[in-house]
Design a protein around this ligand. Structure first.
Ligand code: ASP
Length: 460
């Protein structure tokens, strides 16, 4: 197999060879389904021999079945260079010191030549080497803590990240940026809000939905805005900094306990739930949308508390759920269960005996709502009252994932269920709020205050 046809075999190889079309060439491909133009990508060692893969101009990859191809022509050739050199970061004594801790995810990814898949590959050094604007903002130091996609983040990495944050604050950095996969960024943001308390500096989580080798990548904007927030803002909380509107205008800063990934592919995927975001941030300004945030301080009195009980689960109720689901958690030694119930916080009657058994075993159980917006309210229907009698405690307006990590943290502090309940129901970092704002649900869903101004002009 020649190198210019990397990974291609059989029919697919024969087609490319016959027309003299090489991997990494720009090609026009005519098929029975239409015309495609893009770069011929190499194939994985394990892929079939019936497709050629094209990276289209819009950044998406498509697989084209060989027997639909009626014509294929090279229109240009450019060997791809995805390696970005590590850059020495210029030091400016007048600028604040910011630490970038890398954990992985798409923001730290590039395309792998061998498999054609997206893999975590950038070191944080390469990452800022590719976004020179960062040098205008701060003196950036980087450290790669992990290199994983975020489904692989868990208690071990949460503890490691919290300890790393503690060390950096002790060293006197003015802000911390954490590069993270977006899929579970809200879990990590929530647990860090409990493990790292009383931070004197901003702790800003950032990721990207599209890797930086794609033209529509959100990586650079998100990274620049997150770094600006860490360096300059006076918001000393754990936040998520991600695309606000669907276009490249500004990012929103979301409180770590009230944020959730809400769209599988939009860049504007993170939304504040049950509240409004803390601020908008763009290249030249940070506009706060509320003033109840914790302010930056010059001391180093952060409290790092990483005790965590892993035997906690989250049960997403569905109609016809059988009690064996709860039974298996009891039998496997789980110490805490978060239920995401229907409506105001309900599950069906067949679960009651299993819940009673869990109660007798001393398992901590909390109710949250699948609707995400709104509060658990278990006094309205008999169902709610019955479930409370079985030991399930209403979790107010804590988001299910937030309640899940908080319960692990609370059980890490104490095994006394009364103490655990006190911790669970006392807000630490905005995870329970007194009320949800009327404009949060309708207006800020889009993250666009301009829309609110427009709408309010009709409500005189
Ligand atoms: N699967 C990736 C992750 O969460 C997605 C991303 O980073 O956006 O690690």
């Amino acid at each position: 197999m020649s190198d210019v046809y990397k990974g291609y075999r059989g029919e697919a190889l024969a087609l490319l060879k016959a027309q003299g079309v090489r991997v990494w060439s720009d090609a026009d491909v005519t098929t029975t389904r239409g015309q495609f133009t893009g770069i011929i990508l190499p194939r994985s060692e394990t892929a079939d021999d019936k497709h050629i893969v094209l990276k289209l101009r819009n950044g998406y990859n498509v697989g084209i079945t060989v027997n639909t191809v009626t014509g294929i022509k090279e229109i240009g050739y450019r060997e791809a260079h995805y390696k970005i050199p590590e850059k020495e970061f210029p030091y400016d004594p007048r600028k604040p010191r910011v630490k970038l801790l890398g954990t992985g995810g798409t923001i730290a990814s590039r395309l792998d030549y061998r498999t054609g898949a997206v893999i975590p590959a950038f070191t944080p050094g390469e990452l800022y080497g590719s976004v020179p604007e960062l040098a205008d903002i701060c003196n950036l130091e980087t450290e790669k803590l992990y290199g994983v996609f975020s489904e692989n983040m868990g208690p071990e990495q949460w503890v490691g990240t919290a300890n790393a944050i503690g060390r950096e604050i002790e060293k006197g950095v003015q802000g911390i940026v954490i590069g993270h996969g977006t899929d579970t960024m809200h879990h990590t943001a929530a647990i860090l809000s409990f493990m790292v308390q009383n931070s004197p500096v901003p702790i800003v989580m950032v990721g990207s939905q599209r890797s930086s080798d794609r033209p529509s990548s959100d990586a650079a904007l998100n990274l620049i805005d997150a770094t600006k927030t860490a360096a300059e803002s006076d918001i000393a909380e754990v936040m998520v900094c991600m695309f606000g509107p669907t276009s490249d205008q500004y990012d929103l800063l979301h409180r770590g306990t009230r944020v959730r990934k809400m769209h599988s592919s939009y860049r504007s995927t993170f939304r504040t739930i049950g509240d409004i975001p803390i601020a908008m941030v763009s290249r030249n300004k940070i506009i706060t949308l509320r003033d109840d945030y914790k302010r930056r301080r010059s001391d180093k009195n952060v409290i790092i508390n990483t005790n965590y009980e892993e035997k906690v689960s989250i049960v997403y109720y569905y109609p016809n759920m059988k009690p064996d689901i709860i039974d298996s958690l009891i039998d496997n030694g789980y110490k805490g269960i978060i239920i995401a119930g229907t409506g105001l916080g309900h599950v069906n009657k067949p679960l009651y005996p299993a819940l009673r058994r869990a109660q007798e075993k001393g398992i901590a159980m909390y109710m949250t709502v699948q609707t995400l917006w709104g509060y658990v309210q278990m006094f309205v229907y008999d169902t709610g009252r019955d479930i409370m009698e079985l030991g399930v405690v209403p979790g107010a307006n804590m988001l299910p994932e937030v309640a899940y990590v908080k319960l692990g943290w609370a059980l890490g502090q104490s095994s006394d269920l009364i103490k655990v309940k006190e911790i669970m129901l006392t807000p630490i970092a905005g995870e329970i709020t007194e009320r949800e704002p009327h404009n949060g649900y309708l207006i800020y869903q889009g993250g666009i205050p301009e829309v609110e101004r427009f709408v309010s002009s009709y409500w005189k």
